[in-house]
Design a protein around this ligand. Structure first.
Ligand SMILES: C[S@@+](CC[C@H](N)C(=O)[O-])C[C@H]1O[C@@H](n2cnc3c(N)ncnc32)[C@H](O)[C@@H]1O
Length: 191
């Protein structure tokens, strides 16, 4: 799939702010151990933020379904996979992450916009539900995922799926925009 790379917007900056705060509470030694997955990396704003905070390049994996997003990381020498969510992560490697960041496509499709940079299926929650179904298999025991969702995204189905997957979910921050609210959810495995 190939379409223009999503340029950082309000949602990207809001999520980046939360990640910065989270990583800001860690020591240098802790930061150097954090294995990070930047799902739907787009321009790479989230992973660049992680690098600035002290996460090591070798500990970052970036995934995007968009060929164009993957191209521009070649020079940065970041490990990248062009993949539909987790589908191309080699199964035999049993990769797990301490930090998973996802600013997903979360809007319902409309006749003008159907691209997966912003639209997450007919209702808007389809990509998120697929992500939640697989998430716990990729989180370390104490791992955490920060997921951004909008008030325009249906909430009940993905929350039910998270419960089914025995995930702990907490809405930790809200940002009000003109016509919608953005939420950051912190998601962990139940211990
Ligand atoms: C809203 S943009 C966020 C981009 C960037 N992370 C940010 O915060 O600005 C959503 C990104 O997810 C990617 N994406 C959409 N569906 C995906 C899927 N099924 N698997 C992997 N990436 C996907 C899009 O190509 C896009 O780059």
């Amino acid at each position: 799939m190939s379409y223009p790379v999503y340029q950082p917007a309000e949602d990207s900056y809001f999520l980046a702010e939360v990640i910065k705060e989270f990583l800001g509470s860690k020591t240098k030694k802790e930061l150097e151990k954090i294995k990070t997955l930047d799902m739907g990396t787009g321009s790479g704003i989230q992973l660049i933020n992680c690098l600035k905070a002290g996460i090591l390049k070798n500990n970052i994996l970036a995934i995007d379904i968009n060929k164009e997003a993957i191209k521009h990381f070649k020079n940065l020498k970041i490990k990248t996979i062009k993949s539909n969510l987790f589908s191309k992560i080699p199964k035999n490697k049993k990769l797990k992450f301490d930090l998973i960041i996802f600013n997903p496509p979360y809007l319902p499709e409309n006749k003008y916009d159907k691209l997966p940079d912003t639209t997450g299926g007919k209702k808007g929650d389809e990509t998120i539900i697929r992500f939640i179904k697989q998430l716990n298999g990729y989180l370390t025991k104490n791992g955490v995922c920060f997921l951004l969702i909008s008030s325009l995204t249906p909430e009940s189905e993905w929350l039910a799926e998270a419960k089914k997957q025995k995930l702990n979910v907490n809405k930790i921050k809200t940002k009000s925009l003109f016509q919608e609210k953005l939420y950051i959810w912190e998601i962990k495995n139940k211990i």
